[in-house]
Write a protein that binds this ligand. Structure first.
Ligand code: GTP
Ligand code: MG
Length: 370
């Protein structure tokens, strides 16, 4: 499919550019009038616009938020890749994530409270890489449903002593549908029964062709147990990231997505977010799904307090009014009033939708009894 600018799409639909920007925003896609969106996103936004008439009243808090976001167009610069690890049961996804985290995470873990936070970043000689530590399929479904892209690269783990299995194929299909490049990690090569060539041959049947087979897919042989080949995988990720030319606004108000959230007895609502544009700082006001608040504290993956986080960096946020949902977007705003207005308006809309659904369900019950 072809890419199109937001302005051109708006013209084709005989709509105001701002309305398209607003609809995109509701889908979790931050774009300005002059920006280009891909074909799939265009189709999704047309559907979104077709389903609901876009309200154009100017005092709508959501419109004000959109205008606010549109201002965040600072300098773009290279950003780190965000990687999701997928693969069949027991092929070594968790082992690989654990090996990378325990051996490569930059800040000293000694003394710090290591806690699981759905994502972490590592510093390699070739740059920073962020890993999403969520079930790959979950990351993909929420990402596809929202039309937003959280993952830049999929690392597909295939155990060299086993072979291509149903979930391996599923992961290939997910990545292909989302147009996210794959890197294959052929794992467990420390085992005597490992047969990497067999994996490459089996992947051929699914049109995933290794570079040494004349194709374009990087495949790295490694062991998540001994660590052999893991540095090669990190190199392969950095190389793929370079090809993708990933860029983001470095400074200014942050936007991003919630990866996971919980209610902590002592600390209140806690959200792990991935910053996607701008820089999230302690003290910032933000809207996050139907929640809002002021960032009271930020923590990195080692439980260390940090002052801020830039693009592609995951960070834990304290200070929200309630627990947001994984997949919710967040936006930093200048003042608490706007944050509160937007959050409350969203909450009201959500309640309205629930009431309508409940009424619909009751109607169905009644019909069923007739
Ligand atoms: P699920 O989360 O259940 O889908 O599994 P997983 O893909 O996360 O696999 P996990 O990391 O739990 O590994 C499964 C088993 O394989 C464990 O017993 C690991 O110790 C073992 N394992 C993982 N990687 C390697 C490896 O490189 N070499 C060897 N010998 N064993 C490995
Ligand atoms: Mg696992």
């Amino acid at each position: 499919g072809e890419a199109i600018t937001v302005a051109d799409l708006a013209q084709k639909l005989a709509l105001k550019g701002g309305d398209v920007v607003k609809a995109l925003f509701k889908m979790g896609v931050m774009a300005t009038i002059t920006q280009t969106i891909d074909h799939d996103t265009a189709v999704l936004v047309v559907e979104e616009l077709g389903h609901k008439a876009v309200r154009a009243d100017s005092d709508d808090a959501e419109s004000e938020l959109v205008a606010h976001v549109a201002e965040v167009q600072g300098e773009q610069a290279t950003r780190p890749p965000v990687v999701t690890i997928m693969g069949h049961v027991d092929h070594g996804k968790t082992s690989l994530l654990d090996y990378i985290r325990t051996t490569k995470v930059a800040t000293g873990e000694a003394g710090g409270i290591t806690q699981h936070i759905g994502a972490y970043h590592v510093e390699t000689p070739k740059g920073v890489i962020s890993f999403l530590d969520t079930p790959g399929h979950a990351a993909f479904t929420s990402m596809r449903a929202r039309g937003a892209k959280l993952t830049d690269i999929v690392v597909l783990v295939v155990a060299a002593d086993d072979g291509v299995m149903p979930q391996t194929v599923e992961a290939v299909q997910h990545a292909r549908a989302a147009k996210v490049p794959l890197i294959v990690a052929i794992n467990k090569i420390d085992k005597s029964t490992a047969d990497p060539n067999r994996i490459k041959n089996e992947l051929l049947e699914h049109q995933v062709v290794a570079e040494d087979f004349g194709g374009e897919t990087q495949m790295v042989e490694l062991s998540a147990k001994t660590g052999m080949g893991v540095d090669d995988l990190l190199d392969a990720i950095s190389l793929q990231a370079e090809v993708l030319e990933l860029r983001a606004v470095q400074d200014g108000r942050a936007t991003g997505t919630v990866i996971e959230s919980s209610l902590d007895k002592g600390r209140g609502p806690v959200a792990t977010v991935l910053v996607q544009q701008g820089r999230l700082n302690r003290g910032d006001y933000l809207v996050c799904g139907v929640q809002y608040g002021r960032v009271r504290a930020l923590f990195d993956e080692n439980g260390q307090a940090v002052d801020g986080a830039g693009p592609s960096i995951p960070v834990q946020v304290l200070g929200l009014s309630g627990v947001p949902d994984a997949g919710d977007d967040f936006v930093v705003v200048d003042d608490e009033r706007l944050a509160k207005d937007v959050a409350q308006q969203r909450e009201a809309k959500r309640r309205e939708t629930r009431l309508v659904q409940a009424a619909g369900n009751r109607m169905e019950d009644i019909m069923a009894q007739m």
